[in-house]
Write a protein that binds this ligand. Structure first.
Ligand code: CFM
Length: 549
């Protein structure tokens, strides 16, 4: 597949001047801090980038909060757990479906609570006198109305400030309703607990492991090719496309964490034989814990982009080593690639040589670079909102990452091999042979290895830096989220939301790649943006007079 891009040639001197100019507008102390998060990339000798540290107060960050990472991101996409937000109504309301995580029930009797918004709607009086009673009442009410198999409680900032103990309430209510009837557990994921939503992922991962994974030993479905997909959240229907691809290949997807998932799939996940990590940032902890406890190896996969999807499938084939599976996978890839190639050729005729910037979350700013490569577009600059150094520089730097007070604030749980259920899926020799054949267990090389020399990598981009970047490069498309969308578009540059996909998707897998090609072709290759004038650039002034009668 033709993949090289038309490199615009990065001028390192120009970039250095740009960096100096941007930093010169900050107070000295801020400039010193930001300087370490703005680096000029060199994939040969990857520079260190400062990340996962506090945002400087006053700068407009792209980041979200710890509660968002725990409730919204990791637990939110599961349809049959009732997620109660313990806090003021705004926290529940603004995390209600805005991420476009979808779910598809298999039949009409299956529960789906995703369309509901459950909150304790804390008031001033609860802040003064405590909110635990209100939380208990909310759990009773939710149980009486819906009889769910599980209820999760999520703490917002005020909960931590006033000292409500959601874990005590969870235990109390589990006893009151009956442990045989319901599972209830809480998360101390107050918004301020970490420097970003990344802390919430870690807290959610701990909770998944402590309260859900491994509770049901029933082996369901085929005994062959049993895998879990970790860090896939079914935004815009991505999980549905990936499920389709796995099914075509005869691969048995036991659980997805947590796109299109159910409680039962989590409880059953330890019966799989391979964990595949898609979003490394949000869920690498679960992969590690499951390996230690149950002996399930994990590999990094990246099914965003048609080539990358094929690569993932081939890795699965290699891991199980079964010729029949490998043949089936090749047959599926060949078949899917016919439509992919046609769509790519069509879009590429227009997109080749265009430029993009990506500032998204903790994994997509990397993953989507594959799709842009397939379109022949150059990624000029990219960065995560809340990635850690390993997401940028690769997992090899993990031992050298400094643990600061903010990270220490997050509970580290100790996991040991399960006494009865620990079962290595491969022998030492088998693992070694696979490694020698190129399988990279527990490996991730990060974003910067893939980016060209001289590209700018910026962590926790501020709106001010974003404006300067757009002015300097005028990319053909800027990829970020809703908070950036209209600022960038007013500057005459189209913005594609890579969190919610705007109204589009799926973008994962083969069909997703086809969707992405045509959406980007439409967005980046229209001349309308050049015609656009921001209100302040236009001469026309709208005047009106008030009429009183
Ligand atoms: Fe992982 Fe995500 Fe992302 Fe993320 Fe997110 Fe998201 Fe994201 Mo928005 S889990 S890190 S916290 S891939 S919600 S589905 S798009 S910032 S890049």
């Amino acid at each position: 597949m033709e993949k090289e891009t038309k490199n615009k040639g990065f001028n390192v001197e120009e970039l250095k001047t740009f960096k100096e100019q941007v930093l010169s507008k900050y107070p000295k102390k801020v400039a010193r801090k930001r300087e370490k998060s703005i680096v000029i990339n060199d994939p040969e000798t990857i520079p260190e980038i400062q990340s996962n540290v506090r945002t400087v107060p006053g700068s407009i960050t792209q980041r979200g909060c710890t509660y968002a990472g725990c409730k919204g991101v990791v637990l939110g996409p599961t349809r049959d757990i009732i997620n109660i937000t313990h806090g003021p109504i705004g926290c529940g309301f603004y995390s209600w479906l805005t991420r476009r995580n979808q779910t598809v029930t298999e039949n009409d009797t299956q529960e789906n609570f995703i369309t509901y918004c459950f909150s304790t709607d804390m008031q001033d009086s609860n802040i003064v006198f405590g909110g635990e009673e209100k939380l208990k009442q909310a759990i009773r009410e939710a149980y009486e109305l819906f009889h769910p198999k599980a209820i999760a409680i999520f703490s917002t900032c005020p909960v931590g400030l006033i000292g409500d103990d959601v874990h005590r309430v969870a235990r109390h209510m589990k006893e009151e309703i009956g442990e045989d009837k319901i599972n209830i557990f809480g998360f101390s994921c107050e918004g301020y607990r970490g420097v970003s939503q990344s802390a919430g992922h870690h807290i959610a991962n701990n909770g998944l492991f402590k309260h859900l994974i491994g509770r049901d030993d029933t082996v369901r479905g085929s005994l062959k090719y049993r895998v879990n997909l970790l860090g896939e959240y079914n935004i815009g229907g991505d999980a549905v496309e990936l499920e389709r691809v796995f099914e075509r290949c005869g691969i048995n997807l036991v659980a997805t964490f947590s796109g299109n998932s159910t409680l039962q799939s989590f409880e059953n996940a330890h019966t799989a034989d391979l964990n595949m990590v898609m979003c490394h940032r949000s869920i690498n902890y679960v992969a590690e814990m499951m390996e230690t406890a149950f002996g399930i190896p994990w590999i990094k996969v990246q099914p965003i982009g048609a080539d990358s999807t094929a690569k993932m499938l081939r890795k699965i084939g290699e891991y199980f080593g079964d010729q029949e599976l490998k043949d089936k996978i090749e047959e599926v890839i060949a078949d899917e690639m016919i439509a992919v190639q046609a769509a790519m050729d069509k879009a590429r005729a227009k997109t080749y040589g265009k430029t993009a910037m990506l500032f998204v979350g903790g994994s997509r700013a990397h993953h989507y670079q594959d799709l842009f490569e397939e379109l022949g577009m150059t990624v000029l600059s990219a960065g995560y909102e809340f990635g850690h150094r390993d997401d940028y520089e690769g997992r090899r730097v993990i031992p050298s990452i400094k643990i600061d007070a903010d990270s220490r604030n997050i509970e580290e749980i100790t996991v040991t091999a399960d006494e009865t259920r620990y079962k290595p899926r491969k022998t030492e020799e088998e693992l070694k042979a696979l490694e020698e054949a190129g399988m990279d267990f527990t490996g991730y090389d990060g974003m910067m290895t893939q980016m060209s020399k001289g590209t700018l990598v910026i962590d926790d981009l501020s709106h001010y830096e974003m404006e300067k970047l757009v002015e300097l490069y005028k990319p053909d498309v800027f990829c970020a989220g809703i908070k950036e969308k209209y600022c960038v578009q007013k500057m005459g540059i189209p913005l594609k939301q890579l969190h919610s996909y705007d109204y589009g998707g799926p973008y994962a897998g083969f069909k997703g790649a086809i969707n992405f090609y045509s959406d980007i072709e439409m967005i980046a290759c229209t001349s309308i943006w050049k015609e656009l004038k921001a209100p302040w650039e236009s001469e026309a002034i709208v005047e009106a007079e008030y009429m009183f009668n």
